[in-house]
Design a binder for this molecule. Structure first.
Ligand code: GLN
Length: 279
């Protein structure tokens, strides 16, 4: 019989920078226990059914499948979210966008907020959970993403957010928002990183945007002024080397107070700008 400590040692067969953590998460998931249990009861053995499911998950992880897809869950901000293979796995870096949004407006103002390409709903739900008086709309072109975001909303019991199927702005014609945010696809089609690690299993529609990665960002920045109130803000996540290009696009579209902010790795990861009041 294999003990928990022996099973955890199999992490060495996972080719991942987080191999040990990955094995712990998979084993805790199979046992339906918190990770701390593994170190409190290292000598415990598993039932045959538990062993089989751990072996199957370990095998899939060895082939490269992201842990978040294997568990069907990923933490983002303060939230535990369901994720699925048709949406991007929420990243810690994207929490920077949540922080920036919360800094722009005090907690008392009742604002209308739009999240473009919401995927699992991560950004929309995080913002809605922090600002009960805001009305948040999350949109996604992919029907299954909208359904997943709605599932997450129900699990979290948030009533100030709704999700719609929309190809960028297509379903919100004539609406105006105080804040528009997006973590759009922004990777260049020929970027070699697409062939490495977890992203190989994520949908290209959530990752890739034309030859320079900026196709969707260009579209969003060009159209956003039509959907923003005067003095409204647009905030975008982008690639580590795209900040200067995104700031220029924001200026060209008439945005003011344009700036960028750095992520946990020190890269300029988000840029924002404010639409001036019409004179
Ligand atoms: N930051 C992600 C990555 O490099 C990409 C996310 C996106 O395209 N929006 O894997």
């Amino acid at each position: 019989m294999m003990r928990i400590e022996q099973l955890l040692a199999q992490a060495e067969h996972i080719d991942s920078p987080t191999a040990q953590l990955d094995a712990e998460l998979l084993l805790a998931f199979v046992l339906d226990k918190p990770r701390s249990y593994l170190y409190t009861w290292p000598e415990k053995t598993l039932t045959t059914a538990q062993l089989n499911s751990f072996a199957a998950l370990l095998e899939r992880r060895k082939r490269g499948e992201p842990v978040a897809y294997l568990l069907g869950r990923q933490g983002f901000w303060t939230l535990d979210l369901a994720v699925a293979a048709h949406t991007l796995i929420p990243r810690a870096d994207t929490e920077l966008l949540v922080e920036a949004v919360l800094q722009l407006a005090d907690a008392s103002a009742a604002l209308n907020v739009l999240d473009l390409g919401t995927g699992s709903g991560a950004l929309a739900l995080a913002v809605a959970s922090e600002r009960q008086c805001w009305q948040v709309t999350g949109v996604d072109r992919i029907e299954a993403a909208v359904a997943l975001a709605q599932d997450n909303q129900q699990q979290l019991g948030l009533s100030n957010v709704r999700f719609l199927r929309s190809d960028w702005f297509s379903a919100v014609a004539h609406q105006r928002y105080d804040l528009i945010l997006s973590n759009p696809p922004y990777i260049a089609a020929n970027d070699p990183h697409l062939q490495q690690g977890d992203v190989r299993f994520e949908p290209l529609s959530a990752l890739v945007s034309g030859a320079d990665g900026l196709d969707d960002i260009r579209l969003i920045i060009a159209q956003a002024p039509e959907y923003l109130t005067a003095n409204g803000w647009l905030l975008l996540e982008h690639g580590f080397d795209q900040a200067a290009a995104v700031r220029e696009l924001l200026h060209l579209s008439g945005f003011t107070k344009v700036s960028s902010q750095r992520d946990l790795g020190g890269h300029e990861r988000i840029s924002l700008g404010r639409l001036p009041s019409l004179s």
